[in-house]
Design a protein around this ligand. Structure first.
Ligand code: HEC
Ligand code: HEC
Length: 253
């Protein structure tokens, strides 16, 4: 029940992948599902829901963001979300407020603009299998969640003035260009191009990066040009000096 839409999508994916013949040796997660009623498919590798078109398809129509757009799987830095390496066995997620399903759904429905998954959806089982495969069962301590919230745009402007524009170019390429370099559609909205960002004030850019935009940071409202589906970067993910350099690069010093 509540899975008709998904069954349709799964059938389309099965068609799209017919002929791949890559047996992923599906993990026998919790005695559930397995072959299930999905027409004996089971040929979609778990990683596809992390980084393939199957991942983008979990979001709104037209969404191009995948889990891999915002989360590395090997501890690499440069992403707004935490790495999936050693994440799956944490006691809780989202700073202690969610279980794994809740955390995945916060991203699927929030940033990506899709419909929530259930615990027995093929996509969720695949994501959990993928994440568990790259996680140490002994790593159980949940991550804190600590966005930097300053009073207003002017406060961000003061905090992030004076960066190094030359150093900022490479940092922009690492942290921002995977979305802003090619107008990637996240949920329902495309990321503005680099020149558009450069016309904004220092404070506006820094506030957007730290909090997804001025509050209220509602997502998935294509008519609202202020808050939107751009994820926030915590200082632990993007150090202050690096953000100052990026802002200097964008605004021309
Ligand atoms: C547009 C960016 C974006 C996309 C796409 C995205 N996430 Fe996230 N995700 C975040 C941010 C930002 C956070 C919260 C802070 C953090 O993890 O650093 C987060 C948090 C999480 C967490 C909790 C992490 C923790 O340490 O508690 C999980 C689990 C997660 N995401 C799974 C997924 C999965 C699975 C997908 C793909 C179906 C996905 N995310 C897609 C940005 C994204
Ligand atoms: C996961 C994709 C993604 C990444 C990574 C990303 N952005 Fe964005 N960004 C977006 C999207 C989509 C929008 C448009 C929707 C919105 O405003 O949230 C946006 C909007 C913005 C805006 C607001 C533009 C306006 O007209 O108000 C600024 C400023 C911005 N991004 C700067 C950055 C900077 C700087 C970085 C790197 C530190 C970055 N973004 C990283 C996707 C991304």
């Amino acid at each position: 029940m509540a899975r008709q839409g998904w069954d349709t999508a799964a059938a389309l994916l099965a068609l799209a992948l017919a002929g791949c013949g890559d047996d992923s040796g599906t993990g026998n997660a919790a005695g559930q599902g397995g072959g299930g009623g999905e027409g004996g498919g089971g040929t979609i590798a778990p990683a596809a829901y992390y980084e393939g078109p199957e991942s983008a398809a979990l979001g709104a129509a037209g969404n191009e963001a995948r889990c891999s757009t915002c989360h590395s799987d090997d501890g690499a830095e440069g992403y707004s979300g935490n790495t999936f390496m050693d994440l799956a066995f944490h006691d809780s997620f989202k700073g202690g407020e969610a279980d794994l399903l809740g955390a995945v759904n916060a991203c699927v429905t929030g940033w990506m603009g899709g419909a929530a998954l259930t615990s027995d959806d093929e996509a969720f089982i695949a994501l959990r299998t993928f994440m568990e495969g790259i996680s140490d069962p002994g790593a159980t301590t949940s991550n804190p969640i600590a966005p930097e919230v300053l009073a207003d745009e002017a406060a961000y402007g003061a905090a992030y003035d004076g960066g190094d524009a030359v150093a900022g170019e490479a940092k922009y390429a690492t942290y921002c260009a995977r979305c802003h370099g090619g107008g990637l559609v996240v949920g329902p909205m495309a990321a503005p191009d680099t020149a558009t960002l450069g016309a904004l004030s220092i404070g506006r850019i820094a506030q957007q990066v730290r909090t997804s935009g001025p509050p209220p940071s509602g997502m998935n409202d294509a008519t609202d040009s202020t808050p939107g589906p751009m994820p926030f970067f915590e200082p632990s993910e993007l150090p202050a000096s690096d953000l100052a350099d990026i802002v200097a690069f964008l605004t021309g010093g």
